[in-house]
Design a protein around this ligand. Structure first.
Ligand code: PSU
Ligand code: MN
Length: 305
């Protein structure tokens, strides 16, 4: 079973030294950002996590193995190759069995983190209920995975390409606490606010760690979603971005884009339409999440020692 997972040297050493591991997804690298910003961002995130006293583990699939931590050569392939598979739970057994090169989504990364006992995972934004899902049934596999994986996911909230209120409803149904990091409103990825009030707020990383201990201590399986708003100075251009999102959603439906291609299509359209403004914001917020994720991982490690 577990011989399908391989650990990088850095991650293996980290585990044996008892250092907290922080997982990172690879779909953001292969499908969420253009080259070379994707590879630079991945390296920067790893650096931030190391500076925070933890060990970074980018999750990806190659040569029939689920990788917990990748080397520079694999990072380069994920950043540059055409046709990297976008891997959620559905795709994982196929990608592993057939030896595909695969980038893991939030759901794929959660599976790896859960299997490896990694408690914190840093990303940009999670998938959720798409606008118009009442007709298309397009609901990200991320939500299902959040309901069963014992991992804390640090995100900048939920991007407004999605239906935010419906996504919060499903998270409630699935028993996933959504915790505002120093805020009591759901951030909307490019902007700090969405107008949607949250029921939980943490003032610091140790409060998040206490919630983790409480949830899993009770035997309640599933994730905790921390929503950490984008830093104020990068919040610019919200209106322009919203306009680009609306255009992209229309364009996607005109072009008949469906299934797992929808999210990457919208993201790349928005990046182009905003001439890179959205990309700069995306990089800033995920770096900010890495800083918070490392703090949470350290606090949790102290609690469960
Ligand atoms: N949301 C973002 N940026 C992303 C994604 C979501 O703001 O890069 C990626 C993540 O990997 C997420 C996936 O898990 O898209 C969700 O895809 P889908 O909607 O097909 O489930
Ligand atoms: Mn989908």
């Amino acid at each position: 079973m577990t011989n399908q997972i391989v650990y990088s040297d850095e991650v293996r050493d980290g585990i044996s030294l008892g250092l907290p591991i922080v997982a990172l997804e690879s779909t953001i690298i292969s499908h969420g950002m253009p080259y070379p910003q994707n590879v630079d961002t991945a390296n920067r995130l790893c650096e931030i996590i190391r500076e925070g006293g933890c060990v970074p583990a980018i999750v990806a699939i190659a040569n029939g193995k689920l990788h917990m931590g990748i080397d520079d050569a694999l990072l380069e392939r994920l950043s540059t190759e055409e046709g990297v598979l976008k891997v959620s739970r559905r795709d994982m057994p196929v990608a592993l069995a057939l030896g595909s090169l695969g980038a893991t989504t939030v759901s794929g990364t959660l599976i790896a983190a859960h299997l490896a006992g990694v408690k914190v995972f840093v990303t940009g934004g999670i998938g959720g209920v798409h606008r118009g899902a009442e007709a298309t049934m397009d609901i990200s596999a991320d939500l299902e995975e959040l309901s069963i994986s014992n991992v804390t996911v640090v995100s900048a909230g939920i991007k407004s390409i999605l239906d935010l209120p419906k996504t919060l409803e499903v998270l409630e149904t699935k028993g996933v606490p959504v915790i505002g990091f120093k805020v009591d409103e759901l951030p909307a990825f490019y902007t700090r606010s969405s107008g949607l009030k949250l029921v939980a707020k943490a003032d610091n990383a140790s409060e998040v760690a206490l919630v983790m201990k409480s949830k899993w201590g009770l035997g309640l399986n599933g994730a905790i979603l921390v929503v950490n708003p984008i830093p104020k100075e990068y919040e610019a251009g919200a209106e322009e971005i919203e306009k680009a999102i609306n255009e992209a959603i229309c364009l996607a439906s005109e072009k008949g884009i469906k299934g797992k291609s929808v999210t990457p299509f919208i993201l790349s359209h928005v990046t182009e339409a905003t001439k890179g403004d959205s990309l700069k914001a995306n990089i800033a917020l995920v770096e900010n999440n890495a800083r918070v994720g490392a703090k949470i991982a350290l606090e949790y490690a102290k609690l469960v020692l």
